[in-house]
Design a protein around this ligand. Structure first.
Ligand code: PHE
Length: 333
């Protein structure tokens, strides 16, 4: 019996299937139901006990050799039958896509403000100095320009990647007459070291409201409405004094997040309040730069970062995860 197996081993070793059909024929000859292996296993019962170990090993060797020869065509097989032979077979279903967490949050923010009567406005991501800075009351050499870590264009440093979507404020005021009620979602760029908390590219949603007699109280009520629509009907807000060159007075808005768990403690730096957005009354100098009479009109503006809110909502601890497009993350959101 050993000699017979050796012969088969030679046969398999010199077999060289050229395509899936030949490989399949080889597989059937040896591993099929009426194949060589089955006959050999039947004969195995008659082998003397002291020879069993050796014969058993040879049988295994033969089986492995056949499988190795056949396996390189194993993956080719379904392709042949599905694509070449049965063109009437129903197609594979498509995996349904989902929206990226940044898009989900942006769309929800825009939707809330749209219901309050704000219209979406857009502007360029590559911007000149006037629309990104000067018209927004950042005079040349003003130290507040440093706060923005700007990417300037190498060819013409008068141009930069916009550092905020506030350029859309300027472009809208320059071309439209009040009342103005817009929301400007978009991508912005800052030359910052990339870490788990900051990125050189992120998204903002900025709002602008200009009309006669617009007051700080109007702003506060609008932002409260927004906070309760987005974070839940009982959300409390507070406004803290802050500074932006283009608003006066300026504030930062926090929501009451709670201080129950260790995560709450970490997220709110031990205060229970979570910073959500910057806001303020549009500085009269900005209205004037954009051709709107500050004696007649007033308004407020606010801006918030989309990634930060997406990270809170989806409990994503690292901002970089939002731009790596790892399907293991995206499929679970
Ligand atoms: N543009 C500001 C920033 O990027 C945010 C902001 C917008 C603040 C509007 C106040 C009013 O930091």
């Amino acid at each position: 019996m050993q000699a017979k197996i050796q012969e088969y081993l030679h046969e398999v070793a010199s077999a060289a299937p050229l395509n899936a059909q030949e490989a399949e024929a080889l597989r059937l000859r040896f591993l099929g139901r009426k194949g060589v292996m089955n006959d050999l296993f039947a004969d195995f019962k008659t082998v003397a006990p002291d020879a069993r170990k050796e014969v058993g090993q040879l049988l295994n060797q033969l089986k492995t050799a056949v499988e190795a020869k056949v396996s390189e065509f194993a993956n080719a097989k379904p392709k042949v039958s599905i694509h070449a032979e049965d063109v009437t077979r129903p197609a594979w279903g498509n995996l349904p896509g989902t929206h990226h967490p940044v898009s989900q949050v942006r769309d929800e923010l825009v939707d809330i403000f749209r219901r309050m009567g704000f219209a979406v406005a857009e502007g360029p991501e590559m911007e000149d100095d006037w629309h990104n800075f000067t018209a927004l009351n950042f005079p040349p050499e003003h130290p507040a320009r440093d706060m923005q870590d700007t990417f300037f264009l190498a060819r013409n440093p008068d141009w930069a990647l916009r550092t905020h979507t506030s350029n859309v404020q300027v472009r809208t005021m320059e071309t439209r007459k009040p009342p103005i009620r817009i929301i400007a979602p978009g991508r912005v760029f800052r030359n910052e070291a990339i870490s788990s908390r900051s990125h050189c590219m992120f998204h903002q949603v900025e709002g602008l409201y200009i009309d006669r007699n617009v007051s700080f109280a109007d702003m506060k009520q609008t932002l409260l409405e927004f906070a309760q629509a987005f974070f839940g009907p009982h959300t409390a807000i507070r406004l803290r004094p802050s500074y932006f060159p283009f608003t006066e007075p300026s504030a930062e808005m926090d929501i009451w997040w709670g201080l129950e768990t260790e995560t709450d403690y970490r997220m709110t730096k031990g205060t229970g309040w979570l910073e959500i957005l910057g806001c303020g009354m549009v500085d009269p100098a900005v209205l004037e730069s954009c051709g709107i009479n500050p004696e007649e009109y007033s308004g407020f503006a606010f801006g918030l970062g989309v990634e930060r809110i997406a990270m809170q909502r989806f409990a994503i601890p690292d901002i970089r995860a939002l731009f790596e497009n790892d399907l293991r993350l995206l499929r679970n959101l």
